[in-house]
Design a protein around this ligand. Structure first.
Ligand code: HEC
Ligand code: HEC
Ligand code: HEC
Ligand code: HEC
Ligand code: HEC
Length: 362
């Protein structure tokens, strides 16, 4: 039976007060407002695909549960008495990220988090919980491993698209420290974007309960911008369009668009298998069967997924998706994102026409 918002709310209040009441008893007048905020946030959205995707199966499998079910996250942290760092059991469906996810003693104590590359980051404090779930599920190391020993421009049936996953802010923010993107050999990449001390952690910018960012605070330093996407502190023209008036976001957007064009050119000219991207359909890259440059709804189906991967194409497509799946990349780590895009374009430029001379690498 579906619970109404109100009865859910009172259930959440009771559960929370039982959980941490000694600490917050005196603040409990603030709780209902805080809970309302959480219920309206993406973490409290019972209807989101992030929490309903497994409803037909009846349980969230262990490899998805840490991030997609409250009971799975509790299991991952070991707050249910199980071993920390692994999910031992399938978890509850339709169980969004509630108070008891982030407010157990294990969650409060969590300070270091391992990433898909195997690298661990310490000293994360209150942002450690965010980092567990917003780190993605692949790293550039997986791309390196999958492509090793295969000629750069030879199609291999052993290759398939590697999807970094979604909401990967932490992987981008930590840059070269955690290798969320594919790093081209011989290049160096920006590490964690430290920004300024007052805004260098997840919870310094995002309210932990609404998940929103109070953007008024940004303009105390970044003066004269109407929209945070217009912020820039560097004046180079990275994407070569002759325009450095917009934000750093516009430079990233420009390079991302050029990377897509280069990926498509490579499909047409090198693999002889036209390729295109459909943002809402897994696994994102499909055969452009009619070669019209667009992926239509009947092309964006799993059996038509792209299968003519070469190492060079897979690396570029992986980085394309890394940038696509962090819409906040320009705030989380602008240099890292610009570097991934530049290097992917440079690699493709050895085979297809890309005007590299006008592009800049930070
Ligand atoms: C390391 C944490 C993590 C793991 C493990 C994980 N996911 Fe996710 N997933 C996320 C996050 C975070 C989002 C939400 C991103 C957003 O909306 O910004 C997400 C979103 C999704 C979505 C919604 C996508 C969309 O476009 O709205 C689906 C479907 C999904 N994941 C499937 C899976 C499956 C299947 C597994 C297991 C094979 C899995 N996830 C494992 C973190 C994870
Ligand atoms: C995604 C993780 C997460 C979830 C879910 C969450 N919290 Fe929090 N909560 C935090 C973090 C992190 C802080 C500390 C914020 C900081 O240090 O800036 C916090 C702080 C608090 C505080 C201290 C006062 C404040 O506002 O900073 C209270 C009370 C609280 N949470 C209650 C709740 C309740 C009630 C729920 C469920 C409706 C909830 N939290 C859900 C992460 C979470
Ligand atoms: C247990 C896993 C988990 C934890 C812990 C977690 N998140 Fe999330 N987060 C998710 C999932 C899953 C979604 C997608 C929810 C949805 O689709 O409704 C999400 C959504 C978001 C979004 C909105 C993304 C969008 O697409 O609009 C932001 C911002 C966010 N989280 C930030 C944070 C911050 C900041 C913290 C730490 C205080 C945090 N998250 C902790 C799993 C988690
Ligand atoms: C300097 C402030 C800042 C820091 C630090 C920061 N974020 Fe963000 N984040 C933002 C802003 C601003 C946006 C929205 C960008 C936009 O949409 O133009 C954003 C976007 C996001 C999104 C995507 C929301 C969407 O609409 O899809 C997620 C998820 C997210 N952040 C999570 C995190 C996590 C997790 C951390 C810590 C690893 C973090 N952020 C660190 C400011 C910050
Ligand atoms: C205390 C001052 C201060 C605050 C507050 C602040 N910033 Fe910054 N920001 C800076 C400085 C200084 C830099 C340059 C850092 C560097 O390049 O290492 C910067 C760089 C940036 C950049 C990269 C610009 C470029 O050209 O590469 C973006 C985007 C950005 N900030 C967005 C934000 C957002 C969004 C917020 C609010 C959530 C915010 N900033 C809050 C001082 C601040």
């Amino acid at each position: 039976m579906a619970l109404s918002g109100k009865s859910r709310l009172s259930g959440v209040v009771t559960a929370f007060v039982m959980l941490v009441s000694p600490v917050v008893a005196q603040e409990s007048s603030e709780l209902p407002a805080l809970i309302e905020q959480w219920l309206a946030s993406p973490h409290g959205d019972y209807t989101s695909p992030s929490f309903t995707h497994w409803n037909e199966d009846g349980e969230v499998p262990p490899n998805c549960a840490a991030c997609h079910s409250q009971t799975g996250f509790i299991d991952f942290l070991g707050a249910d008495g199980s071993m920390p760092g692994v999910v031992d059991h399938a978890a509850a469906i339709n169980a969004p990220i509630g108070c008891a996810s982030c407010h157990t003693s294990e969650a409060h104590a969590l300070d270091s988090v391992a990433f898909p590359s195997g690298e661990t980051v310490d000293g994360l404090g209150a942002s450690a919980v965010c980092t567990v779930c917003h780190q993605g599920r692949q790293s550039g190391d997986n791309v390196l491993g999958a492509t090793r020993g295969i000629d750069e421009d030879t199609i291999s049936p052993d290759l398939a698209f590697l999807n970094v996953h979604y909401g990967i802010a932490a992987a981008v923010m930590h840059g070269s420290e955690t290798r969320g993107g594919f790093h081209y050999p011989g290049k160096t990449y920006a590490g964690r974007f430290t920004h300024v001390p007052s805004v260098n952690t997840c919870v310094a910018c995002h309210d932990a309960h609404t998940t929103q960012v109070a953007t008024d605070s940004c303009t105390s330093c970044h003066r004269g911008v109407e929209n945070i996407r217009d912020i820039r502190t560097r004046h180079q023209d990275f994407d070569g369009d002759g325009d450095n008036a917009g934000g750093i976001h516009a430079e990233i957007f420009g390079l991302h668009r050029q990377l897509y064009a280069a990926i498509q050119a490579y499909g047409t000219e090198v693999t002889n298998a036209p390729i295109g991207y459909a943002s809402g359909a897994f696994p994102y890259f499909f055969n452009d069967t009619d070669g019209d440059g667009q992926i239509s709804a009947d092309e964006a189906i799993f059996p038509n997924r792209y299968q003519s991967w070469t190492p060079r194409l897979l690396k570029a497509a992986y980085n394309y998706q890394v940038v696509q799946k962090d819409p906040g990349g320009y705030v989380h780590n602008p240099s890292y994102v610009l570097q991934l895009l530049y290097d992917s374009l440079e690699s493709l430029s050895l085979k297809v026409d890309v005007e590299m001379s006008v592009l800049r690498r930070p």
